[in-house]
Design a binder for this molecule. Structure first.
Ligand code: GLA
Length: 739
């Protein structure tokens, strides 16, 4: 038997997608309405237990028809559905709104046909999960039609064989003779029966990305969204629905992520009988898409994960999927180098001499890659100028032979060389703006809002994307570059494109993201050896969309170890450790002025893709010794950290501690990090219990030589070191299984 199976039961008219862990069930109901039955733990079979009760409800409309001939006990207003229409009897949040030529906004898509095939079709121009072989997954494509509109939608459901994952997306087709306007189209709708439910979301801000919030749903609409033109720091495109009793290790969790880096919308609606609808996709606010006859529109993809092993189970499914079937390219499984980045060491104020001094010191500490951050191009002496001018600021690095000279010096030290770009932006004070002021997104005759003194380039225009592509390839073809930090430091205002007609202005934000995807796709293909790291004023575009092109992302502009504990903890709910970069910074920390020990800073940063972001020359001899040890430790354990199984053990949002653990897939090697947040004059003795070990295995503490059985470490646990003084202390324990 194949491991991922999709069947259609002709008698019951039900679809069943299942693998060894999960089942997804839907049925074609009266009136050819595609109704949702179930998503959760695998069912061996289905015999109609979720048949929706018939019941007359006032003010919930029935189907269209002649009075007396229509079933008053049947209403779309309460029926769980797969793709709800608008203004046609269901007052809850619709999955699709189409404005037809006459201005009407009603939609009502009914079942037409289906197809099942092995593998997964490619979504053109969009990031997505993929398969390497067709037997890894099966796909169901269900066609629904709105006969009045002469439109159809195809709902795609892909179930992976060995993962608790269903991916979904929607394609809309215009089969009429006139254009219509898509005002909203969901990537996924998931209707759930009345049940106790809490929702976990990941809100934040610059310096405080992916904070963890968990709250019960109230009746009405709860929305998690971005209208910033980016997935944003402010609300990550990811939510989790849980039972109020779900813990890290136990009970059920359903995660939903959107593989998209632009405006998103996650709408939960608890209806008047406490059923829950979740609709996610491109944010309908500000969005519309003119669809000409015979044309189609493809939505971004959503990733649905089910876990009956708590939040950790869900996170591990995302970690594996995003690492193995979203990330691509030569660096996908490669150990990532230890970085030194000059940003917090010099900001814009550097010279060849200064940079080379940092480089020499970093090389002697065993650091593997030097990254030259902002300030190397145009006339970039501060953040008010030169974005858009991607040619070398020759006088700045002249004495060292320019960028090429620097790259050669870095390589001569056996280190890799990386460079910062912010390709999607334009400064008013730039040659590009002087030549092409219309390249900046703006509304003619309306003042343009500034942010960080810069504007966003109109990447909805292919010629603008082309201009930046040409400029970047000119540098990349000339200078041997191993890594690019791809930054994006403002959000979209006055959203308009001067080359689109008035009816198409609602397309700008999405076309912009398609332009970004096009550029990064071409660059990553042309330079497959370059390691790309995404960044957006820190972790403002930490989403599965960017991970399709860039295997790692700068997690946050907060380099404060105390703040990073929470940011990184929150990030691991949805994203793999191999994607999460983390650097040791100087103290007092540039953002918070907080002082934490170098040990704690090292332990926080070495829990991700590791590096340093400070002036190593300013460090004392003892500090440099410790840095050498940290670098050696990371080199020894990085494969386990970047690619091992990650478990959250203690929650820094709910307690005075944080703890997490890395375990090798065979269970042999274990790293446990424990952090105590605030010190107390009457210190508690805390215990950390591990998970994921071999119960009967004997584990040896690599520092003390003490031996423990796996079940002892998991069920009894060990005391954390109570002797460390001060706030934000850390302890790392390493265990190897005895031979
Ligand atoms: C953003 C990034 C930083 C740094 C600066 C440079 O804020 O997140 O890491 O690169 O830009 O201007």
């Amino acid at each position: 038997m194949e491991k991922a199976v999709i069947t259609f039961d002709n008698t019951q008219r039900t679809f069943h997608l299942r693998n060894e862990t999960i089942s997804y069930l839907m049925s074609i109901e009266e009136g050819e309405i595609l109704s949702h039955l179930y998503f959760g733990k695998r069912m061996t079979g289905y015999h109609g237990s979720r048949h929706y009760p018939r019941y007359e409800r006032g003010l919930s409309p029935n189907l269209a028809g002649r009075p007396g001939e229509v079933d008053r006990f049947y209403s779309k207003d309460v029926l769980p559905q797969e793709f709800a229409g608008n203004q046609t009897g269901d007052f809850r949040s619709p999955a699709i709104i189409i404005k037809s030529a006459d201005g009407a906004l009603a939609t009502d898509f009914r079942y037409d046909s289906y197809e099942i095939f092995s593998g997964k079709p490619e979504l053109e121009g969009l990031p997505q999960t993929y398969v390497k072989q067709d037997d890894e997954a099966q796909t169901l494509a269900i066609k629904l039609k709105d006969k009045t509109l002469k439109a159809s939608v195809v709902l795609y459901y892909t179930i992976y064989a060995d993962r608790s994952v269903v991916t979904r997306s929607t394609r809309v087709f215009n089969e009429s003779e006139c254009s219509f306007s898509i005002e909203k189209v969901a990537s996924l709708q998931l209707d759930m029966p009345k049940q106790a439910m809490e929702v976990i979301s990941f809100p934040g801000s610059q310096f405080h990305e992916r904070q963890v919030e968990r709250a019960p749903l109230r009746q009405g609409i709860t929305e998690f969204s971005s209208r910033r033109g980016a997935s944003s720091h402010h609300m990550n495109p990811f939510v989790v629905a849980v039972d109020p009793n779900t813990t890290e290790q136990t009970r059920e969790a359903i995660g939903v992520q959107l593989v998209y880096s632009g405006n998103h919308q996650f709408t939960f609606e608890k209806d008047y009988i406490d059923q829950v609808r979740l609709v996610i996709g491109i944010n309908e606010d500000g969005f519309s898409w003119q669809l000409a006859p015979e044309k189609s529109f493809q939505s971004p993809e959503a990733i649905l994960v089910y876990s009956d092993k708590g939040l950790n189970g869900m996170s591990q499914t995302y970690h594996h999927l995003l690492r193995e079937r979203v990330a691509r390219g030569n660096h996908q499984y490669q150990d990532r180098p230890i970085v030194i980045n000059n940003w917090e060491a010099t900001y814009f104020d550097f010279s060849a001499k200064k940079i080379e001094a940092i480089l020499d010191e970093a090389a002697s500490l065993g650091i593997e890659m030097f990254v030259l951050d902002d300030g190397w191009f145009g006339q970039r002496d501060d953040d008010r100028r030169s974005l858009g001018d991607w040619y070398e600021y020759t006088s700045k690095l002249a004495s060292g032979g320019g960028l090429r000279g620097l790259a050669e010096k870095v390589h001569a030290k056996n280190m890799a060389f990386g460079l910062w770009f912010e390709p999607e932006m334009i400064s008013e004070n730039s040659d590009l703006y002087r030549q092409h002021p219309d390249y900046a997104i703006h509304i003619p005759n309306r003042p343009m809002s500034l942010s960080r003194d810069q504007y966003v380039l109109d990447f909805s225009r292919p010629e603008v994307v082309e201009n930046i592509y040409e400029q970047m390839t000119a540098i990349l073809d000339r200078v041997p570059i191993d890594y690019i930090k791809w930054d994006m430091n403002r959000h979209m205002t006055e959203v308009y494109s001067t080359v689109l007609n008035s009816e198409q202005q609602g397309e700008v934000a999405h076309r912009y993201i398609l332009g970004v995807y096009d550029l990064v796709d071409r660059l990553t293909k042309r330079y497959p050896d370059i390691l790309f790291e995404g960044c957006s004023s820190g972790g403002g575009r930490f989403d599965a969309g960017m991970l399709y092109y860039f295997p790692q992302t700068w997690t946050s502009d907060s380099t404060d170890a105390a703040e990073r504990i929470r940011i990184q903890y929150g990030t691991t709910f949805g994203y793999p450790v191999s994607s999460m970069t983390a650097h040791v910074a100087a103290v007092p920390n540039p953002q918070t002025q907080r002082i934490t020990s170098l040990q704690t800073r090292g332990d926080v940063a070495s829990s991700g893709v590791f590096g340093y972001e400070l002036d190593v020359q300013q460090m004392s001899t003892e500090e440099k010794e410790l840095v050498k040890q940290q670098v050696a430790f990371y080199k020894e354990h990085r494969h386990l950290i970047q690619y091992g199984d990650f478990y959250r053990l203690k929650d820094p949002f709910l307690s005075n501690e944080a703890a997490w653990e890395f375990v090798s897939p065979n269970g042999n090697d274990v790293l446990v990090y424990h952090f105590r947040l605030l010190a107390s004059s009457q210190q508690n003795f805390t215990i950390t219990k591990l998970v994921g070990l071999i119960p009967e295995g004997i584990y040896v503490d690599q520092e003390t030589g003490e031996k423990f059985t796996g079940d002892e470490l998991m069920n009894i646990g060990r005391y954390d070191d109570p002797t460390q003084a001060g706030d934000f202390t850390s302890q790392v324990r390493t265990y190897f299984l005895e031979d």
